[in-house]
Write a protein that binds this ligand. Structure first.
Ligand code: BDP
Length: 700
């Protein structure tokens, strides 16, 4: 398989007993009549059920002569079906799948309040079939726990993708709106199948042209393809657009003409896209324009845009990824200082989108201190699905494991058990609006994500956005079964490999709490020695602070005191060397090279041992994959095999470059567990990658 079908491959069910049972249980299909979403369901059933059962689907009236699949909104079900089903606890996107027996016949009923619930339920049923699970006695109830479940595409209008490693943008702006690529439809299907209901089409480093009539017409065409699948379109709004495309002299959010310009723009957009989601905004961050250019605040800018969208029920998603050059003592502290004081002052249709950690999508970060610190403002989680800092699309790193770790972290804001997940789904603060965004890893590569296992990150993000309390192991199980095979031997080995892959990348890149020691600009490979960039916080040396006395960033009271932004119980635990988990040691503490770790070894030895462990884990992954040959098609087996080879090379590169560099300070021998470096420090420093993929133009 070339992987294009993702987890939605509908080949005939291979197990004969299972196939026979399903064929008997699903002899015909009754579908309520309806609009575009019902048509999408019908198409999916023809393809999906038709493919899996390897026969033409018979659509029939209700009741029919045999066992039947029933797809209908609750309101349209016959009375005796209604009596068996309680939809009181479903929300408008939720569904119930229930197996009901009536006069000797079995009915598998998919129902909900709205059509979109039926679509989600249909995809769930197809998943069940692909996983060979039993339908007998099935009684499932599902409602998404998060309102806005969104992909953020960092796609530029020239089709390059910032931090994209799987080809070019799938949005072909040149041929839109007239040419509808099949990929747009398959994109919508894939997203709906995991419950994603929103997409921001354009880069947060925005181009104002997307808001001109010429482009809005193209956006409208996409919105029309996506609508039946419940997928709402958002656009990134460049704050200076009123000047760039509107001919105004200013973009000051308190200026009457500017206010009116945005109101008119909103009216124009909603005229052609009545369900437009709203704006995603990056302002006063990394050179992007924003309200601070006019002496105004984030709050001023946000509320001005929010007011323009209010008449149409649109949202403003304003990003908290800000750090200014004027306060460079600790970048980790800045977003909190700029946003938390305004808690509760944002309009009702505003969400503040916060990256999972306080720095920038590192292999491991503690959760962002804003989670839990703004009880009166909807905070939206931002994860990065594309692997900017985790080996691009060439490394196998199963990200849902990372997402889960963040979501299950305890903020202690409302006592023990106040997890980030509960902040995000609103249950701890009864938030009115909730959301989760993932920076997409999708491109024009045949299999969408470059690495075949990159599909699992898209899949897992969607599942966690639907239910942030899900565990990553269950998600890996689903994905493997629907993407590759139900063979237990395969599932067991590959699931284990996926679950361990996240710790492997932490070990060979950023062990013991190290972070942001990537080569600058492109972030490909190690660059811990870089220290010559104009702004201090752009330099890796700023983050590891290695010198002859030791290594690490002191964020306790004796240092930047970033820990004080967390709840007291958290601060106490992570600020105390006795209780701080070693995975976060150098994130919060600066320690001498001979500091004794829990293992009894020195910090220096511990670092080398971790780097080596990361390399060994990749070797283990290679072994595991070799043994999986019987279960995987040759094409994908070969792809993953070659990619793991690159991953091993690069894991060693990281180990050798970092340890050789840090040795210039520690002046200690490598621990005996560590293999000798393959090259010199000078060699690693000399490597340059001017054409590494995903680079952001004209930036650092
Ligand atoms: C950083 C990326 C940069 C993005 C920025 C952001 O290096 O390309 O523009 O985040 O999230 O991780 O705005």
């Amino acid at each position: 398989s070339n992987g294009y079908e993702l987890w939605l491959n509908y080949d005939k069910i291979s197990d004969d007993t299972v196939l026979k049972t399903y064929r008997n249980q699903l002899q015909s299909v009754f579908m309520e009549e309806g609009g575009a979403t019902m048509e999408a369901i019908m198409m999916e059933l023809e393809m999906g059920l038709g493919g899996l059962l390897d026969r033409e689907i018979r659509f029939d009236s209700l009741p029919s002569s045999g066992n039947q699949l029933v797809v209908s909104k609750y309101g349209s079900l016959p009375k005796d079906f209604k009596e068996d089903i309680n939809i009181d606890y479903l929300n408008s996107e939720g569904y119930i799948i229930k197996h009901i027996k009536k006069s000797g016949r079995g009915y598998l009923v998919i129902t909900g309040k709205e059509d979109i619930g039926l679509l989600y339920g249909t995809f769930h049923l197809l998943r069940i079939l692909k996983m060979h699970q039993t339908l007998e006695g099935l009684n499932l109830e599902e409602s998404p726990k998060v309102d806005i479940r969104m992909l953020n595409h960092w796609d530029n209008l020239d089709r390059t993708i910032e931090r994209g490693y799987s080809g070019f943008s799938i949005w072909n702006w040149q041929t839109l709106p007239d040419y509808i690529d099949q990929r747009y439809i398959d994109y919508a299907r894939a997203n709906a199948s995991i419950g994603i209901n929103a997409t921001a089409l354009t880069n947060v480093n925005a181009n104002a042209l997307i808001l001109t009539p010429q482009y809005l017409e193209k956006v409208q065409a996409l919105a029309e393809v996506f609508r039946p699948y419940g997928l709402k379109v958002y656009l990134t709004a460049r704050f200076s657009a009123p000047m760039e495309i509107g001919g105004l002299e200013t973009a000051d959010p308190l200026d009457q003409e500017v206010i009116q310009w945005w109101k008119n723009k909103a009216a124009e957009i909603y005229k052609s896209i009545p369900d437009f989601g709203g704006f995603l905004v990056k302002a006063n961050s990394e050179g992007q324009p924003g309200p601070q250019n006019y002496g105004r605040t984030h709050l001023d800018g946000t509320n001005m845009l929010a007011d323009a969208l209010t008449p149409y029920k649109g949202n403003v998603i304003w990003r908290a990824f800000v750090y200014s050059e004027h306060d460079a003592e600790d970048r980790a502290k800045q977003a909190y200082s700029e946003f938390v004081p305004d808690d509760g002052k944002y309009r009702d249709n505003v969400l503040i989108q916060v990256k999972n950690g306080p720095i920038d999508f590192q292999p491991r970060e503690p959760f962002h201190p804003m989670f839990g610190a703004m009880p009166n403002t909807p905070l939206m989680m931002e994860f990065q699905i594309t692997k900017e800092y985790l080996g691009f699309a060439t490394h196998l790193v199963y990200l849902p494991k990372l997402f889960e770790e963040v979501l299950q972290s305890d903020t202690y804001q409302k006592g023990k058990g106040s997890t980030v997940a509960k902040m995000v789904d609103g249950s701890l603060n009864t938030k009115k609006l909730t959301g989760m965004a993932g920076v997409s890893n999708i491109g024009t590569d045949t299999n969408w994500t470059g690495h075949p296992f990159g599909q699992a990150d898209w899949y897992g993000f969607g599942r966690l956005a639907w239910d942030p309390s899900m565990n990553s192991e269950a998600i890996a199980d689903e994905w493997l079964r629907t993407t590759f095979s139900n063979d237990e031997e395969f599932i067991k080995s590959v699931k284990k490999m996926m679950l361990e892959s996240r710790e492997a990348v932490v070990n060979y890149m950023n062990p013991l709490g190290l972070h942001h020691i990537f080569d600058t600009s492109h972030h490909y490979g190690p660059g811990p020695w870089v220290g010559n960039l104009s702004r201090p916080e752009w330099n890796p040396v700023y983050y590891h602070k290695a010198d002859e006395d030791g290594i690490g960033f002191d964020r306790t009271k004796t240092g930047s005191n970033a820990l004080s932004q967390y709840a007291p119980a958290f601060e106490e635990k992570f600020g105390n060397l006795e209780t701080c988990p070693e995975e976060y040691l150098l994130w919060f503490h600066h320690l001498p090279w001979d500091y004794q770790l829990k293992s009894g070894r020195t910090l220096w030895d511990g670092l080398g041992i971790k780097y080596q462990q990361g390399v060994d884990q990749v070797k283990q992954m290679i072994n595991t994959w070799e043994n999986m040959k019987p279960y995987v098609d040759e094409y994908r087996h070969n792809q993953v095999r070659m990619l793991l080879g690159i991953q091993l090379k690069e894991a060693k590169w990281w180990r050798d470059a970092c340890m050789l560099y840090f040795q210039t300070f520690s002046k200690m021998d490598f621990p005996k567990e560590m293999e000798s470096p393959e090259n010199t420090l000078e060699y690693y420093k000399s490597l340059k990658f001017p054409y590494a993929p995903g680079i952001r133009p004209q930036w650092d």
